[in-house]
Design a protein around this ligand. Sequence first.
Ligand SMILES: Cc1cc2nc3c(=O)[nH]c(=O)nc-3n(C[C@H](O)[C@H](O)[C@H](O)COP(=O)(O)OP(=O)(O)OC[C@H]3O[C@@H](n4cnc5c(N)ncnc54)[C@H](O)[C@@H]3O)c2cc1C
Length: 91
Amino acid sequence: MLDKVDALIVGSGASGAAVAWSLADTRMRIVCLEQGDWVKPTDYPSNGRDWEARLFSDFAINPNRRARPTDYPINDANSPIKVVNFNGVGG
Ligand SMILES: Cc1cc2nc3c(=O)[nH]c(=O)nc-3n(C[C@H](O)[C@H](O)[C@H](O)COP(=O)(O)OP(=O)(O)OC[C@H]3O[C@@H](n4cnc5c(N)ncnc54)[C@H](O)[C@@H]3O)c2cc1C
């Protein structure tokens, strides 16, 4: 780990990863933090016959239902917008 960095990017989602990539050719010291895991394409639910069930468990779009160790609870009870996200490299 570097002691000092020029750019700290929190989250390697669509935006963070693109910024990290765009800065990769500079001489800047860059750290990109991601709270989620790497997800291998072979782990995608579409590769198994239980894919429909997994959309209601470990691959649910709602983090409260998904409840992975990398998720955090979101209270959207008073919001007209229902949260849909995934915490992982690539967003
Ligand atoms: C089911 C679904 C399907 C979609 N399909 C498409 C599509 O086909 N085409 C399209 O263009 N767009 C699609 N989108 C939209 C697209 O995914 C989002 O617009 C885009 O990911 C937003 O980018 P972002 O960088 O703002 O956020 P995100 O991609 O969500 O990235 C945020 C990242 O930050 C991380 N993070 C959060 N908190 C912390 C923390 N405290 N510390 C470290 N890391 C943290 C998260 O884990 C995540 O990786 C889809 C979205 C969903 C939910």
